[in-house]
Design a protein around this ligand. Structure first.
Ligand code: CAA
Length: 382
């Protein structure tokens, strides 16, 4: 077992760190305050190859492995979790889904521009009444011969306002339950696609989240992904990989807050000495560092399993569950270490605390991860 990163992995990590510190950091408080989506910075991330990291080079991607992706995700998330979720959805839900299950024509037409960052993607599974219970899809895709007619509402959609390519899950054969669901590639400017207002969120406020309504949207049959009825399995397989990305995002939020708390603790004096010399703070720092390292090992393990082409659903759920809980706990402790300064925006950690919360909710709540993990465990047990 070798935990030492290769030179290439170290270079990717450094490139992401440099970009995050030089480009994302300067405006991050302002973007959070005004809910501003940084289109020009996302374009720069694309130029560095961060929007199609695991896409093969023949389709315009960087052709890297999942470990490279989580290393970059951690560094971007340390500074700006909003830019990170945009990157994560594009990479591990949209690009990966099309690369893995799309036709050659779908890859040429959609994957290549997505991987090059010429456009962005969004993943439309959640609905007002289908969040955790993702099989309960009310959006319908009526089979009309050479096309489908799409009707319904999706919500909590990351990248909705700026994405060109939507991956949409919809029910075609209600009598077949999850086996009646299909996945489609829909272009966001097709007639009948309507965007809701930007959600006014607690955290990741620099990302664009909206509902999307479909009213008699005509989707050509060649835009269906996989066989008729493959949509739910497609969504679940894609989310398995997506959860590694969100685990890396949570890890980055935790590590970013910890680094700020550590620096503050060595600079801020109370009772005549830097507060890092007080055992109450030392114990907090020790617990934060330990939990972050444990989360990092789980994230790397999940990435490694995926890169070995081994089943990785158990590890992606474990990584997401644990890293998101670490992110929440560490960011609260980071605010506490900062005292009153932690409660104001200039010190960043209050934003990180708000950003951390979503990692316990999206791409499956902590409760859903526990459900997935326990099913794996019981299945293995026989
Ligand atoms: N891989 C392949 N197939 C899978 C699968 C997987 N990982 N998980 C389930 N399936 C299959 C099952 O085998 C089953 O098929 P059969 O009928 O042939 O046996 C079928 O799908 C139905 O599965 P279940 O019976 O397990 O369904 P369930 O309703 O009991 O549970 C669930 C499914 C795990 C709870 C699922 O609904 C789930 O993951 N919910 C959470 C949804 C989620 O993560 N949403 C995130 C939205 S996207 C997002 O947040 C992106 C963003 O913007 C940031």
């Amino acid at each position: 077992m070798d935990f030492v990163l290769s030179e290439e992995h170290q270079m990717i990590r450094k490139a992401a760190k440099d970009f995050a510190e030089q480009e994302l950091l300067p405006g991050v408080i302002d973007r959070d305050e005004h809910q501003y989506f940084p289109e020009e910075l996302i374009r720069k991330m694309a130029d560095l190859g961060f929007m199609g990291m695991m896409v093969r080079t023949e389709y315009g991607g960087a052709g890297l492995d999942t470990l490279s992706y989580v290393l970059a995700m951690e560094e971007i998330s340390k500074i700006d979790a909003s830019a990170a979720v945009c990157m994560s959805v594009n990479n591990s839900l949209v690009c990966w889904g099309i690369q893995e299950y799309g036709t050659e024509e779908q890859k040429q037409r959609y994957l290549t521009p997505l991987a090059k960052g010429e456009c962005l993607g969004a993943f439309l599974l959640s609905e007002p009444e289908a969040g955790s219970d993702a099989t309960a899809q009310h959006t319908t895709a009526q089979d009309c011969g050479d096309h489908y007619l799409l009707n319904g509402v999706k919500n909590w959609i990351t990248n909705a306002g700026i994405a060109k390519v939507f991956l949409v899950m919809a029910q075609t054969h209600p009598e077949r339950g999850s086996h009646g669901i299909n996945a489609f590639i829909v272009e966001s400017d097709w007639p009948g696609v309507k965007l809701g207002a930007k959600e006014n969120k607690m955290g990741i406020r620099g990302s664009d989240t909206r509902s999307v309504t479909f009213q008699d949207v005509k989707v050509p049959k060649q835009n269906r992904i996989g066989e008729d009825g493959f949509g739910f399995k497609f969504a679940m397989k894609t989310l398995e990989g997506g959860r590694i990305g969100i685990a890396a995002q949570a890890l980055g939020i935790a590590a970013g807050a910890y680094e700020r708390a550590l620096r503050y603790a060595t600079e801020r004096k109370a009772f005549g000495v830097p507060i890092a010399q007080h055992q109450a703070i030392q114990f907090k720092l020790a617990d934060m560092a330990t939990r972050i390292e444990a989360a990092r090992m789980l994230v790397w393990k999940a990435a490694w399993e995926k890169d070995q082409n081994r089943p990785f659903g158990l590890y992606s759920s474990m990584a997401k569950l644990y890293a998101s809980e670490v992110a929440m706990w560490v960011t609260i402790e980071a605010v506490q270490i900062h005292g009153g300064y932690g409660y104001v925006k200039e010190y960043h950690v209050e934003r990180m605390m708000r950003d951390a919360k979503i990692t316990q909710i999206y791409e499956g709540t902590s409760e859903i991860q526990r459900l997935v993990i326990s099913r794996h465990i019981l299945q293995q047990h026989g």
